[in-house]
Design a protein around this ligand. Structure first.
Ligand code: NAG
Ligand code: NAG
Ligand code: NAG
Ligand code: NAG
Length: 332
């Protein structure tokens, strides 16, 4: 006599096969609108290899046109010697952002820069074996009391921007930071394990990072800036101006003067990660815009800065969430 338990198992396995097969058929006949669900179920069942090793990947074979029209994998977010040359159009646009008066020779500055920081082509390793999860952590007051710290810290990459203190806020914002995006005027010291990702708005910003890591002679851009910075030189990365312009043209369709640091960080993550979770973007539950480390006194800390189109950025961000490209965590 057969073991009844084993028989039960066999029946269960058969049933599973049938269900999997029918869902497989259905996923072809009923591709839209439920393909997301089926794809997810398959990856979960381990019966299908995706373009990455996560259950949902940044790029999928059946991406919808809204995404594919905007996303261009061949524009690299980080600068290397090789991709550092800017087209005339990009250089003009980029220098126009902060209208530097007498910029130094860009290619000479880049050459000097890569004598100090590494010149590695990082993160261009997307493929079926990789599942890189990322948390992009904005600075919104909606993080207060959110208890997202554990969730944020469980990601492979944790991307923060500008001041973003963690000490004293760990329960809500997490403790780890792998990448910290900043520009000279928003700079802060970092620990040795964190990559400083400089967003340059002018040639002087590249000269500033060289100086801040070495001699400390640059103390002023258009405002006083930190003359020296504590950061691991071997982990300093440069946001590529070509990518900066691509974000503005392709994703913001020219809205605002230029993208906010938050939006630039989001697109950085979309290009180097397989799964992106977004925290601390947008207003708090009362519609107030302030930083999580500040009391909400004035109400409008970073929405109406005049140079960013917050409404359009938020629209695109919500589209990305609707298309399952990012997951939004809206806090309390
Ligand atoms: C993507 O970017 C590359 C490199 O900048 C460019 O040559 C190409 O035309 C772009 N593709 C699309 C579809 O815009
Ligand atoms: C910048 O320097 C490079 C290399 O020294 C040189 O070939 C180029 O002509 C210079 N560009 C300008 C605009 O002076
Ligand atoms: C920081 O990390 C680098 C390697 O990336 C190492 O060479 C250096 O000794 C570290 N410094 C400190 C203070 O831990
Ligand atoms: C939001 O984005 C969609 C898609 O890009 C666009 O059609 C729509 O006009 C945008 N709305 C606003 C208010 O910007």
């Amino acid at each position: 006599m057969k073991h009844p338990k084993r028989r039960k198992l066999k029946t269960l396995a058969l049933l599973l096969c049938v269900v999997t097969f029918t869902t497989f058929l259905f996923s072809y006949t009923l591709r839209q609108p439920s393909s997301y669900f089926f794809k997810y179920a398959f990856r979960l069942a381990g019966s299908f290899k995706g373009p990455c090793a996560c259950q949902q990947c940044m790029t999928e074979a059946d991406d919808d046109p809204w995404f594919t029209e905007r996303f261009n994998q061949s524009v690299h977010p980080l600068m290397t010697r090789e991709n550092s040359a800017l087209s005339d159009e990009t250089y003009k646009w980029w220098q126009w952002l902060q209208s530097e008066k007498r910029p130094a020779n860009f290619s000479e500055v880049v050459e000097e820069l890569f004598r100090i920081i590494p010149d590695d082509a990082l993160y261009a390793d997307a493929g079926p074996e990789r599942c890189r999860t990322c948390a992009v952590v904005g600075n919104s007051g909606n993080l207060k009391g959110s208890q997202y710290g554990g969730l944020i810290d469980s990601s492979h990459f944790i991307i923060r921007m500008n001041q973003a203190p963690t000490a004293g806020f760990e329960e809500d914002v997490g403790a780890r930071t792998t990448h910290h995006l900043m520009y000279p005027e928003s700079a802060r010291d970092l620990d040795n394990a964190t990559s400083l990702v400089l967003i340059p708005f002018k040639t002087l910003d590249l000269q500033w990072i060289i100086s801040a890591l070495t001699t400390g002679k640059i103390k002023h851009t258009y405002v006083p800036v930190m003359s020296r910075i504590e950061a691991n030189k071997n982990k300093v990365l440069i946001y590529n101006p070509t990518f900066f312009k691509y974000v503005y043209d392709s994703w913001l369709e020219g809205h605002g003067r230029y993208p906010s640091t938050g939006f630039l960080s989001l697109l950085f993550a979309i290009h180097i990660c397989d799964q992106v979770s977004v925290f601390g973007f947008g207003a708090d539950q009362n519609g107030n815009w302030h930083h999580y480390w500040e009391e909400n006194l004035l109400g409008g800390a970073f929405r109406y800065t005049g140079v960013h189109d917050g409404d359009f950025e938020s629209n695109v961000t919500h589209f990305l969430a609707d298309k399952h490209k990012i997951r939004m965590f809206n806090g309390r």
